[in-house]
Design a protein around this ligand. Structure first.
Ligand SMILES: [Zn+2]
Length: 94
């Protein structure tokens, strides 16, 4: 994880998922935004980091895009745990 402390929106997202607010200067927020993007879902479906997905990561992390990918995956897992815990009633039950 980054050395920077999470911003208030990332803090909120940690306890209330999904949290629809983002700070443009925060990499944690960038990761959350990408986690919710069509590029990420397409990459998940393809089982690889697609060029389109990499391009989104590179916009924030440059050559360290794999670090960004790691953070996106962390949010994704967090989101899945939150959904399982019933904090996301907007999603249909499995
Ligand atoms: Zn943030």
């Amino acid at each position: 994880m980054s050395q920077n402390p999470p911003c208030r929106h990332c803090n909120q997202a940690g306890s209330r998922w999904p949290w629809p607010f983002y700070d443009a200067k925060c990499l944690g927020c960038a990761a959350r935004e990408i986690e919710d993007s069509p590029e990420f879902w397409a990459a998940q479906a393809a089982g690889t980091t697609t060029p389109e997905y990499q391009a989104r990561l590179r916009r924030h992390w440059g050559d360290d895009w794999k670090e960004g990918h790691q953070r996106v995956k962390e949010w994704h897992e967090h989101g899945q745990r939150a959904a399982k815990a019933g904090r996301n009633p907007g999603n249909p039950a499995p």
